[in-house]
Structure formats: structure tokens, C-alpha cells
Design a protein around this ligand. Structure first.
Ligand SMILES: [Zn+2]
Length: 201
């Protein structure tokens, strides 16, 4: 009897440790959908492609090299891995955001009329490399050297994560007009980009 109780106790602990807490590995239940979602170089651009491992995440590609979907999926996984390492995600708000994010990749930079620098200073008319376009939509310039690590993907995802978590994008970053973005978020971005470089993406 005692043995049985100990066994059941051990089993319940096992369930507890495997079933809870954020997990970086996302399900890939709709495999067929992912398989069929392929960039066709001979067809009209841009094309919308479903990102594997993330339920409803998608990307708009200006050409088939920016970026192969497995690279984008890996970048999103690295982002989540780092976010959890720095901030946790007990309510799965950030995980949920990643499941439905839409990334619009851009082949050339843009000019924005208005925005904030990383330290919170307001600027007018400046070249930008990324932009939040909606609750789950970001525009991201392809980045230097055709690498996701050298794009602003991680930066824009932090805006969406803050929106999912606290209801604000915190447009002025480390400035004090809006709350949410701290120096730890800037540090997390550096750390995530370093990890992406290690994977050569
Ligand atoms: Zn920003």
C-alpha cells in the first residue's frame, strides 16, 4: 500500500513538472498546412507563408530568400527562449502573441515622420528599419547582410510582447513617457541576437 502511495505521489510530481511552465517547443499539429505553404519564386510577390511550429503565425515575403520559413521559426523560438529566460511567461501572453504574429519583411528601409529613439527621444523624419503596424503585425526591414539577427525583428517583437503583457507597446522604449520597456529588455534583445548569430541566421 505504502509503495503504491509513493508511486502515485511520484507520478503526480512527474505530471506537475512536465505539464507546467512555458515551453519553448511549440506544437506542429497542422503539418499539412505548413507543408503546403511554400514560397514560389516564379509566382507573384509578395507571398504570405505560414510559419511552422507557430499555430497561426505568418510572414509576408518580398522574395523567397527573405526569409526561408524554417529560419524565421528558429528566430521566433530563440526570441521566446530568451524572453522566458529574462522575464518568464506564466500567463503565456507572449507565447500567445507569437502564435499569431504576422511579420511583413521589407527589402528596403522606410522613412518615418515620427518616432522615438531607444532612450526615449522624439524624432521627426528618420530612416527606420522596423515598425509595429498592429496588435500582431510588424514590418521588419530584412536587416544587414541578409541576416535575421541583423534585422530589428527582436526589437519589434518586444513591442508586441509588451502589448500582449501590459496592454502598451511602449513606443518610447527606455524613455519615461510610456511604461514597460526597461534596460533589461534592451539587454534581452542583444542576447537574443547573439544567439541567432550562433545559429547563423
Ligand atoms: Zn521600437
Amino acid at each position: 500500500m505504502l509503495r503504491k502511495i509513493i508511486f502515485l505521489l511520484a507520478l503526480s510530481f512527474c505530471v506537475t513538472c512536465s505539464g507546467h511552465g512555458p515551453n519553448v517547443f511549440f506544437t506542429n499539429d497542422n503539418k499539412k498546412l505548413y507543408k503546403n505553404s511554400l514560397c514560389m519564386p516564379d509566382e507573384k510577390m509578395p507571398q504570405m507563408i505560414i510559419i511552422p511550429f507557430f499555430e497561426n503565425a505568418s510572414q509576408i515575403m518580398p522574395n523567397c530568400n527573405i526569409y526561408p520559413k524554417h529560419k524565421t521559426a528558429l528566430a521566433l523560438m530563440i526570441f521566446y527562449h530568451k524572453w522566458v529566460e529574462y522575464f518568464g511567461d506564466r500567463d503565456f501572453a507572449v507565447r500567445g502573441m507569437l502564435q499569431k504574429v504576422m511579420i511583413r519583411w521589407g527589402n528596403s528601409k522606410k522613412v518615418s515622420n515620427k518616432g522615438f529613439s531607444l532612450n526615449g527621444e522624439l524624432f521627426t523624419s528618420r530612416t527606420i528599419i522596423g515598425k509595429v503596424e498592429g496588435q500582431n503585425i510588424i514590418w521588419v526591414w530584412r536587416g544587414y547582410d541578409y541576416k535575421i539577427s541583423e534585422s530589428s525583428l527582436t526589437h519589434e517583437l518586444v513591442h508586441l510582447a509588451l502589448k500582449a503583457k501590459f496592454g502598451t507597446y511602449d513606443a518610447d522604449h527606455e524613455g519615461h513617457k510610456y511604461r514597460g520597456w526597461t534596460p533589461a529588455h534592451s539587454a534581452m534583445i542583444i542576447s537574443a541576437r547573439r544567439m541567432m548569430r550562433a545559429f547563423n541566421i
